[in-house]
Design a protein around this ligand. Sequence first.
Ligand code: SF4
Length: 293
Amino acid sequence: MELIKNPYAIHDEQGESELTPLSFEIYSYIEKNQRARANDSNVLRGSAATLCVRRRWYQGKGYAGTPLAPRKIINFAQGDITEKNLAYYVKEGCVGPGKTYKRVTFGKVLGETEISGRIIPVYGQLESVFRVAPGKEVLCHFDGIGQRHDDSYDLLEFKSASNYGFQKFVKNEPLDYLNQAHAYMMTEMCKHFNVKKVNFVFLRKETSHIFSREYDYDHEIAKQVTIDYLLSIARDIPLRPYGPDSKGKLPWQCSYCPYVTKCWDAKKVYRNNKPQYYVDLPTGELNNLDHLY
Ligand code: SF4
């Protein structure tokens, strides 16, 4: 079989150098299909709350960023599918007398699918908005709301995580998703139910271990989330929230940012197949990057 040079490898640190004709067709389809999303400059979305505020500003102002490799889009879709399966398990396994919840509400049933011989419903997400300024609303889609037996309500969020992300969650290390959850907890729907807590249910992608953790609504986080949305649509570019370490290395947020070369005069190197960006420090000591390879 004749293999095809992978045109998408340029944007993918783990991209295959060659593709079979069929895998090329799949990637091509995804690449064309994602263009509409890539041009989306509406950054007033709940899911944006985890992202660097300056990155959001670039996107909102219509700057072109490095496109996502098709393989990564498949990866996100796989996560969505996993999370829908998790919603099904929570609905079936965690509701009723003696269980965590009296009732759970997800979005409307979008259809059914067969998994391992079982026909299961596929739930959509709930939709609501929160207002950051007059005429400026953040559109939020979240997984569900759970009613406890004491009639308090939780925001429910299902996440599929890498080994690394899962371990961090288990160890209760700082969680970017908390910003997103606070955007959701400020929506009209969550306010209606007086939601004051989020229950995250994580599934480890490689092994399917499950771990959940609850976090209370935190006014300080909510305030910062609101400020960041306002900064992301401001006239002037926000300051960078991150900077290089003492060796000039930018943090991972910048390494995976589609605007890194707009934001910094940075040089890219690969370590363990992962991209890392370095900037010259004022001393100029990093002009020669050979030692990093
Ligand atoms: S490169 Fe870093 S600081 Fe700049 S926009 Fe991206 S994440 Fe933010």
